[in-house]
Design a protein around this ligand. Structure first.
Ligand code: SF4
Length: 215
């Protein structure tokens, strides 16, 4: 597809997603950037449902600030999150994050991609989740498993590396629509264009999707 055609197709996808999922939102429960940052790190290769189940009661009862996790210490924190996949490595990452937040950011979550991605276990995807949901940044693409799968099936991307996908999509999705597009295409992946069996018969993109009725 020529670049101009790809841009037009992307515009159409953005518009239809907005019409169908106007209120698409993050599936992790959070009340502030600290909770979302920690839950996003814990949600890697784990379900949002599991992370919510484990973390919401902990945020309510004792983990209000990074200092609270640090004073519990790595062993107790690890015990608290034992039912989350890779709890061992994740508990070390969370302790490191909390330590950096306290020592370098006055206990607050920083609001830039550069600062966030310096934190242990925080890649561009997690940073984008926090920036979009908590800092009002519209110019972030969240390359998660749903976005990768659906954007690839539709034909919007060719790359498979997340950093390259981000660059590809940033060229064809307007900056002020990138965050909402990410949330909405993720929702489409959960509801219709599912990993195992996309429901092309019910899909509002089937007339423009290059994989329609082929997966
Ligand atoms: S037409 Fe099928 S493959 Fe394409 S986006 Fe819709 S559900 Fe996914």
């Amino acid at each position: 597809m020529k670049k101009s055609e790809l841009k037009r197709a992307a515009e159409e996808v953005v518009e239809r997603l907005a019409g169908n999922y106007p209120d698409a939102r993050c599936h992790l429960d959070f009340r502030n950037e600290f909770e979302l940052l920690i839950s996003t790190v814990l949600a890697a290769q784990c379900t949002d449902v599991r992370v919510n189940m484990v973390m919401v009661p902990l945020y309510d009862s004792k983990y209000k600030r990074p200092e609270d996790i640090l004073s519990d210490g790595v062993d107790r924190f690890r015990d608290e999150i034992r039912s989350v996949n890779f709890f061992n490595n994740k508990s070390k990452a969370v302790i490191s994050i909390c330590d950096t937040l306290v020592k370098e950011h006055g206990g607050k979550v920083p609001g830039t991609m550069e600062e966030l991605t310096k934190l242990a276990g925080v890649g561009r995807k997690s940073a984008s989740v926090v920036l979009g949901n908590c800092f009002g940044r519209e110019d972030v693409i969240i390359v998660d498993t749903h976005l990768k799968r659906v954007a690839s099936r539709i034909g919007l991307i060719k790359e498979s590396d997340p950093d390259k996908i981000e660059i590809e999509l940033k060229k064809i999705i307007p900056a002020d629509k990138q965050f909402r597009f990410s949330m909405r295409i993720g929702e489409h992946g959960r509801q219709v264009c599912k990993a195992r069996k996309p429901d092309c018969g019910k899909c509002f993109l089937s007339d423009i999707c290059k994989s329609a009725f082929r997966t």
